[in-house]
Design a protein around this ligand. Structure first.
Ligand SMILES: *[C@@H]1O[C@H](CO)[C@@H](O)[C@H](O)[C@H]1NC(C)=O
Ligand SMILES: *[C@@H]1O[C@H](CO)[C@@H](O)[C@H](O)[C@H]1NC(C)=O
Ligand SMILES: *[C@@H]1O[C@H](CO)[C@@H](O)[C@H](O)[C@H]1NC(C)=O
Ligand SMILES: *[C@@H]1O[C@H](CO)[C@@H](O)[C@H](O)[C@H]1NC(C)=O
Ligand SMILES: *[C@@H]1O[C@H](CO)[C@@H](O)[C@H](O)[C@H]1NC(C)=O
Ligand SMILES: *[C@@H]1O[C@H](CO)[C@@H](O)[C@H](O)[C@H]1NC(C)=O
Ligand SMILES: *[C@@H]1O[C@H](CO)[C@@H](O)[C@H](O)[C@H]1NC(C)=O
Length: 541
């Protein structure tokens, strides 16, 4: 290389530097604008640590004013934006652990978390606490096929049921139902249920009928509002599933009984979201008072009624959509059928006992399903779509891999505005539902309602209604480590197979819809209740 060339080369390097600097300045300016719009979170550019998590500025006010929850910007005087659901959740994620040691290990200090000297923690179902860092992949990955087998195994093994301490006629009724389901007459086709969606249509259909004919649920009247018995306070936002279920359950003519001796199931009508809003002390990084509140409730139930003692809680159930719910309902609640949005089989969700609660993002309680629909397969020109904040460890990997690649059929973005988000969902063949801080995401239900085949990239997430739905028949499960092969995996799905999958997505929509006032057969309310019923029936021996 002669000197002039060297200088020219150095000159190019200078130009590059200048360009880089300009890009940097531009990014910082954009970043500043961005954070002005989201006043509750400040991210340090140096180390990426969230130094101040978004918190409700007034716990009482925010609980009374659901508008605040649905769109924080609206009440803070900024232009209303239609955030992706996770934004609303972001502020809570800092304190996944109760222990000061764990919460001291701040997000972003990657060095500390990747030190090889830390002994690997293998999740074990007999361990009392299995907290896990939300910034690291799980050590043990359980595939969807394995989950299906775990359910079958649990439901056929009497050792997994807790024998009641004394008998009751409801035990006999459950046993009869179990035998009737097992001996269900073979059903090849059905007018309302599309057979390929289910592990076994005959079994599902029979179990559902028997639920309609027999199931009686008792709701304890104990429990103070608004944490208990006040679904109206939680009908919108990303945690609304627990509110909708509570509302429909507490007003159900068909399933409720006032006589607890006739009940097959006992419902604990609380909201995990309102519990957090009311009792979580800002900046305390502790939620022991929340746990204690729930424990005191069980103590009350245990001393006032014999029913909990009879089955040690295994015929009791609740629905809880807040991310902390799994951790708050350990201890005495562990035997209950826990219906959780945060359904993580790598933590302590027990498939075959617990029930995955669909997370639904509800913008308006008047129209809980939003505007469903989308293009037919031939008009879906985008291969894969994702947009959302960079929560957790999976999304940065996804974006690094795909956001700046030349393939124009991969639309992988950071957050985008709501209108575009919906437009992409309706025009894409596959909608990526990538893990955020937790395994669950409202995208799964959104994708289904927009007729987009869900691509679930969230190791150990237990999808809703797995007891009966054959998820692999209408969704794609991509292990987190296969993110670099995402496009290859999707384009390898033959067109005919895709068209059939998309058809199934449309057929499964009815299971993911809410109905006000009077729930409709096979809708979301009934499907949640059915999974609880099914797991109870197959765990009484
Ligand atoms: C919330 O309301 C309770 C009484 O309803 C009050 O004691 C408490 O101080 C309030 N908290 C805040 C943060 O305003
Ligand atoms: C609730 O939010 C709305 C819209 O942001 C606001 O106008 C109203 O004053 C708030 N109400 C309370 C009680 O904070
Ligand atoms: C990250 O940056 C913030 C503010 O710049 C600082 O207070 C904090 O100590 C830093 N944390 C780490 C782990 O470097
Ligand atoms: C990360 O944390 C460890 C121990 O907590 C500390 O020694 C180290 O300096 C931190 N790293 C950074 C980049 O701040
Ligand atoms: C479904 O279950 C029924 C009843 O147990 C059984 O007769 C039938 O063979 C099963 N069908 C399939 C496809 O496994
Ligand atoms: C249930 O059992 C607990 C202890 O095992 C006991 O303290 C309580 O009184 C029992 N409840 C009823 C209603 O007998
Ligand atoms: C936000 O969503 C609502 C309905 O969900 C819609 O009416 C409104 O136009 C959207 N706003 C923007 C800025 O996209």
């Amino acid at each position: 290389m002669d000197q002039t060339r060297v200088f020219r080369f150095l000159g190019q390097v200078e130009t590059c530097r200048v360009v880089l600097l300009m890009v940097l300045v531009f990014t910082v300016v954009l970043g500043l604008q961005y954070f002005e719009l989201t006043p509750f979170s400040i991210v340090s550019p140096n180390n990426g640590t969230v130094t101040k998590a978004r918190e409700p500025n007034d716990v009482n006010k925010s609980a009374e004013n659901e508008t605040f929850l649905a769109s924080p910007e609206a009440s803070s005087g900024f232009r209303p934006r239609n955030d992706t659901a996770e934004d609303l959740k972001s502020f809570e994620h800092k304190f996944v652990n109760d222990s000061p040691k764990a919460s001291g290990q701040s997000r972003g200090n990657a060095t500390a978390s990747s030190l090889p000297s830390l002994p690997p923690k293998i999740p074990q179902s007999n361990k009392k606490h299995h907290e896990r860092s939300t910034k690291k992949p799980p050590l043990v990955v359980i595939s969807i096929t394995q989950m299906n087998n775990m359910i079958l195994k649990r439901h056929s093994d009497p050792h997994n049921s807790l024998a009641p301490r004394w008998g009751s006629k409801v035990d006999k009724e459950l046993e009869t139902a179990r035998n009737q389901i097992k001996n269900a007459a073979f059903v090849k086709k059905d007018d309302t249920l599309y057979a390929p969606l289910y592990h076994n249509l005959s079994i599902f259909k029979r179990s559902y009928e028997l639920m309609e004919q027999n199931l009686k649920v008792y709701v304890y009247s104990e429990g103070d509002r608004p944490i208990f018995h006040q679904p109206e306070a939680i009908m919108e936002g990303v945690y609304a599933s627990e509110g909708w279920f509570m509302k429909l359950m507490e007003s159900s003519h068909r399933f409720l009984t006032k006589d607890p001796t006739k009940a097959h199931l006992f419902y604990l009508a609380f909201s995990s979201r309102i519990l957090q809003q009311k009792l979580y002390v800002r900046e305390s990084h502790r939620r022991r008072n929340l746990v204690k509140y729930l424990r005191d409730y069980i103590d009350l139930i245990v001393s006032n009624y014999p029913f909990w003692n009879r089955t040690r809680g295994s015929d009791h159930f609740f629905t809880a959509c807040h991310d902390w719910a799994p951790a708050e309902t350990r201890g005495p609640y562990m035997n209950c059928i826990r219906s959780l949005c945060n359904a993580d089989v790598g933590v302590d969700f027990v498939v075959g006992k617990d029930v995955s609660l669909p997370e639904t993002k509800i913008s308006s309680a008047q129209s809980p399903n939003g505007k469903i629909g989308g293009n037919r397969p031939s008009k879906r020109t985008i291969l894969a779509f994702f947009a959302g904040n960079l929560h957790g460890y999976v999304r940065p990997i996804l974006l690094n891999q795909w956001s700046s690649r030349p393939e124009p059929d991969m639309k992988i973005f950071n957050r985008i505005d709501h209108k575009s988000y919906i437009r992409f969902m309706k025009r894409s063949r596959f909608c990526v539902c990538a893990k955020g801080y937790e395994v669950n995401s409202p995208r799964v239900v959104e994708a289904v309602l927009y007729g987009c085949v869900p691509v679930i990239i969230s190791d150990n997430f237990v999808p809703p209604f797995l007891e009966v739905l054959d998820w692999q028949s209408f969704a794609v499960f991509v292990p987190e480590k296969e993110i670099p092969n995402l496009r290859k995996i999707l384009i390898s799905i033959p067109v005919r197979r895709y068209v059939e999958m998309q058809r199934r997505v449309l057929k499964v929509q009815k299971h993911f819809m809410w109905h006000d006032d009077e729930p409709v057969r096979y809708d979301m309310f009934h499907m949640i209740l059915h999974s609880v019923w099914y797991n109870r029936v197959f765990q009484t021996f």
